[in-house]
Design a protein around this ligand. Structure first.
Ligand code: FAD
Length: 526
């Protein structure tokens, strides 16, 4: 195998780093070579260093003086034909966890049958338009439900801290093989963008079907085939019973009916801490100026931020932090049922909208929920209550309650709101009425601190929009640490974000892969 001739790391001005030819020359120069003296320059990592007087781009590259290894270019994955496979695995949910579980199952020789309540990516788009323009929430097809799950119409940020829970590189290479830009293999904070994600998701589905796996849309699972603590299969909304050798449950954190179903059928679930708050929106230019200290960011990507502050209220400490920051993005309506308002963020691949938005949320611990009354569904009920209040306060449509940030800090309703990227529109309210005193006070403390860290951040040049409530699952579906099987129900593999084992596209995808491996292992011993 050909090893790199030289590995180099350089800091370059953005104008050079983002120009392919200028970058190539600069990298060769740094290696002491002339153009023509290397066969191939392979960029390995790209990150922005904004600490100095003007931001620079840090590049790591390998230089080859002979043909580089084929493994650099892919294809990295081949999917065997599983039409005649002896074993089938049912996968409920076609989000990142479900799709990657299906592909891994195929690699392992199992036939996956993926059941998805929503529609394929293309048809799903019409329901998103109806949600944005006519305020119609389809409970089976929205920003959370449908092919690709909550990850499809998102920012497509692929950064994860959960690097020990799987092979991040494997997930990224699989995405590239299915059409994502190879830049995601290089960037320190990779992202795909909402305009590019649907075709990647469709290509993942095509790979599953071409190998003989099944993917069924408009197929909501409404019941379980449970026999003596063994899950044999599921029953769909049309009454069809589908059995399989194992069931991977990857229904995401918004499938409230699934949590209710598990609880009703006596399957052990647990309340889990999560986070709740608002989305804050600024002009992207304000964030760029603060982060890069430049009037014009030039070739640099839209700047982002990551903020955290410990708050105190009534003697209890809780973290307030930024979540899913979307530079150059849009705020979107992420409700999954009529009568609730939920916001989230996304951005296109170029991140070129005028606006920067981010969730700003406070940790919600078990003692902040009414576990005594609602048991394992206590966090879910709290989420629901605040989402429904957000809807009522703003007039019972998908228009969202909002307040200018300076006004929120002073406790004053905004006379006028700012322009927004949130298409259904905003209604000025006192956000304390939506959030409740404790949560509002914690967010105020957080924003005051963030205003000290980023000049201009916590002023009336920004506004907050509510509510950011679907940060992570408020319920955990327990599973054995090693076998990943539910401790009381054989054949059930709780998977991904909805089960409480992932937070984000990449970690959900890695968990899907692990569950497919675990399902195979369980079949080998049964
Ligand atoms: P999900 O993606 O939620 O998928 C679950 C699937 O199960 C859905 O398709 C749903 O329709 C289906 N389902 C539910 N119930 C049933 C049922 N009863 N029967 C059949 N099917 C069912 N994460 C990032 O890492 N980066 C980002 O930039 C990012 N941006 C986001 C932006 C938005 C607007 C949203 C909503 C989320 C974003 N996230 C982002 C979070 C990310 O999308 C999730 O963490 C991830 O999708 C979780 O994957 P999952 O497969 O576990 O669940």
């Amino acid at each position: 195998m050909s090893a790199p001739f030289r590995e180099i790391e350089v800091l370059l001005p953005p104008a050079v780093a983002y120009d392919e030819f200028a970058r190539y020359e600069a990298l060769l120069h740094a290696a002491g070579l002339q153009p023509g003296q290397a066969d191939f320059v392979h960029l390995r990592k790209r990150s922005i260093d904004a600490r100095g007087r003007s931001p620079q781009v840090r590049l790591r590259a390998d230089i080859y003086q002979m043909p580089p290894p084929a493994s650099l270019f892919g294809p990295w994955f081949r999917y065997p034909d599983v039409r005649q496979a002896r074993r089938t695995v049912l996968i409920v949910g076609a989000g990142p966890a479900g799709l990657f579980a299906a592909l891994r199952a195929i690699e392992l020789g199992l036939k996956p049958i993926v059941l998805e309540r929503g529609k394929d990516v293309r048809t799903r788009r019409r329901d998103l338009a109806a949600l944005n323009k006519e305020h119609l929430v389809n409970p089976d097809s929205n920003y959370c439900f449908g092919e690709g799950g909550a990850g499809t119409y998102s920012d497509g940020k692929l950064y994860t801290r959960a690097t020990k829970r799987g092979d991040v590189g494997r997930v990224l290479r699989c995405l590239v093989q299915h059409g994502a830009t190879p830049d995601i293999l290089v960037d320190a904070h990779p992202h795909i963008g909402t305009n590019k994600l649907p075709s990647v998701v469709a290509a993942l589905r095509d790979s599953i079907r071409e190998a003989g796996g099944e993917v069924r849309f408009d197929t909501r699972v409404d019941d379980l085939v449970l026999e003596n603590h063994h899950l044999r299969g599921v029953v769909t909304a049309t009454g069809e019973t589908i059995e399989a050798d194992a069931v991977i449950l990857a229904t995401g954190h918004s499938a409230r009916d699934i949590y209710e179903l598990l609880h009703r059928r006596g399957v052990l679930i647990e309340a889990k801490p999560f986070a709740l708050g608002v989305r804050v929106e600024h002009e992207q230019e304000l964030i760029d100026k603060a982060q890069y200290r430049l009037n014009d960011r030039g070739e640099l990507p839209a700047a982002s931020y990551s903020l955290v502050h410990q708050t105190q209220w009534q003697g209890k400490q809780r973290g307030v932090f930024s979540f899913c920051m979307c530079p150059g993005g849009f705020i979107v309506p992420a409700a999954t049922a009529p009568g609730e308002v939920v916001v989230n963020g996304m951005s296109p691949s170029r991140r070129d909208s005028r606006f920067a938005n981010s969730g700003i949320v406070a940790a919600v611990e078990l003692e902040d929920m009414d576990v005594r009354q609602y048991g394992p569904l206590a966090g879910l009920r709290l989420q629901q209550e605040i989402e429904q209040r957000a809807c009522q306060v703003a007039g019972n449509t998908q228009r969202a309650p909002a307040q200018r940030l300076g006004d929120f800090l002073k406790g004053k309703i905004s006379a006028e709101l700012l322009e927004t990227s949130y298409q259904p529109g905003l209604v000025p309210v006192a956000m304390d009425d939506v959030l409740g005193a404790g949560l509002a006070e914690r967010l105020r403390q957080g924003f005051q601190d963030f205003g000290r860290k980023i000049p201009g951040y916590a002023t009336n040049a920004a506004q907050i929009v509510g509510v950011e409530s679907r940060t992570s699952s408020p319920v955990r579906i327990p599973r054995d640490r090693d076998t990943l099987e539910h401790p009381e129900v054989r054949g059930l593999f709780p998977c991904g974000e909805g089960a409480g084992y992932a937070g984000g596209i990449v970690s959900a995808a890695m968990d899907g892969e692990r569950c497919a491996e675990a399902a195979l292992a369980s079949l080998a011993v049964s």
